[in-house]
Design a binder for this molecule. Structure first.
Ligand code: GLU
Length: 427
């Protein structure tokens, strides 16, 4: 039998260790909060880590075995929440970091959830729709004891979409013998999804960008912006930023990017992406690499691709005035002091991209009530909550005289730690 050997895709810049990056910031915040040792230990350790094997009969009749993960970092505040990603190079270490980031993100967003993340090690571009469905259903079946509307609620993440969420919802529902649409968010509208969920992360990025520019008193008229990544988060962020008056001068996807100083027509880029599946060949401007995009002289840089793009090696070359992190973990911890010393304001991932999980919360609330909101209501509530979260992080950073990143960690960890203290330790 042929063995499938997955080749690690070449990283765009380099590969740091996401869990260590998360822990470095956690340690700094814990020190400022003077967190007691026991609480520190409790918060750094995930409450549950599940690994399952997913045997699938492929279309050619052969059996392949995939590996699936779900890490629940913390559930002190409420049921754990976080996406599921499908990628050939995911590791448990990465999922652990992403799960912890969800705990901090939900805490900052002020929604009643803990944090989790999951994934399946597979390359969706090499799978047929039937194989993708089988993987999703078997993964869900193996996670029946983990998932639940009151326990742990998955959502989309890298390379997963509404259809995959619908299969999760259906598989879970079949097993519990009732339609349980609150078990997963990011579903298609027709099975209990929420209006505005698909655009929510990008909308939150847009709100945080303008909030940051207002704090820095930057003129938004003719301000320029570069967006790395053109998946759901990058494309919606670019579209909304340009609709609200910023000039998007550079875009990229995994195959590279384009620069056009006169401004890129984002709608045209989206159309090209929809029919070709990549920005390559679109001729949107002059070609640039992903590394070059990060170093452009722009007002706003939105890294919306993946982890560890801005690192200790290239941070000194970043020239943007504001970085708004659409992706999770796009900046490695070693880059933080370099960006700080250059006076660049970084709106950290756990704040900047929290619009997605905030509208996931709205979706869960709507499913449980069986009462669905208008798009206007979703967007107004999202914008209000993003502004509140932004101001809370900004004020915490001012109070402790630290960066927005550290302010965000301090705010998030303090709330979870206080919740733990009030609940006490069950024995
Ligand atoms: N995957 C998204 C994130 O990283 C959304 C998670 C969710 O909606 O639960 O924030």
């Amino acid at each position: 039998m042929d063995t499938v050997v997955y080749k690690e895709p070449a990283p765009i810049v380099d590969r740091e260790n996401p869990f260590e990056s998360m822990m470095e910031r956690f340690d700094d915040a814990a020190e400022m909060l003077e967190l007691e040792r026991g609480v520190y230990e409790y918060l750094k350790t995930p409450v549950k880590q599940v690994t399952v094997s997913i045997p699938i009969q492929m279309d050619n009749g052969e059996i392949e075995v995939f590996e699936g993960y779900r890490v629940i970092h913390n559930d002190a505040i409420g049921p754990s929440k976080g996406g599921i990603r499908y990628a050939p190079d995911i590791t448990l270490n990465e999922i652990k970091a992403l799960a912890a980031w969800m705990t901090w993100k939900c805490s900052i967003a002020n929604i009643p959830f803990g944090g989790a993340k999951g994934g399946v090690k597979c390359d969706p571009s090499k799978l047929t729709p039937v194989e993708l469905e089988k993987i999703t259903r078997r993964f869900t079946a193996n996670m029946l004891d983990v998932f639940g509307p009151d326990k742990d609620i998955p959502a989309p993440d890298m390379n997963t979409n509404e259809q995959i969420m619908a299969w999760i919802m259906d598989t879970y529902s079949m097993h519990v013998r009732r339609t349980e649409n609150a078990v997963v968010t990011g579903k298609p509208l027709i099975v209990g999804g929420s209006l505005g969920r698909k655009e929510a992360t990008g909308r939150g990025v847009m709100v945080s960008t303008f909030a940051a520019m207002a704090k820095l008193r930057l003129n938004t008229k003719n301000a320029t912006c570069a967006v790395q990544g053109f998946g759901n988060v990058g494309s919606v962020s670019a579209k909304l930023l340009s609709e609200h008056g910023l000039k998007v001068v550079a875009l990229s996807d995994v195959n590279g990017g384009f620069i056009n100083k006169k401004g890129i027509d984002v709608n045209q880029a989206i159309e090209w992406m929809q029919h070709s599946g990549t920005l390559a060949g679109s001729g949107l401007g002059d070609k640039i690499t992903n590394e070059e995009l990060l170093e452009l002289e722009v007002d706003v840089l939105v890294p919306a691709a993946k982890e560890d793009q801005i690192t200790g090696r290239n941070a000194h070359a970043v020239k943007a005035k504001v970085i708004v992190e659409g992706a999770n973990g796009p900046t490695a911890a070693k880059a933080d002091p370099i960006l700080d010393s250059k006076g660049i304001m970084v709106v950290p991932d756990i704040l900047a991209n929290s619009g997605g999980v905030t509208v996931s919360y709205f979706e869960w609330v709507q499913d449980r009530q069986g009462y669905f909101w208008t798009l206007d209501r979703v967007n107004r509530r999202l914008e209000r909550m993003m502004h509140d979260a932004f101001n809370n992080v900004f004020n915490t950073a001012e109070k402790y005289k630290v960066s927005m990143r550290l302010g965000a960690y301090i705010l998030a960890i303090d709330k979870v730690a206080k919740t733990l203290k009030v609940r006490g330790i069950y024995a």
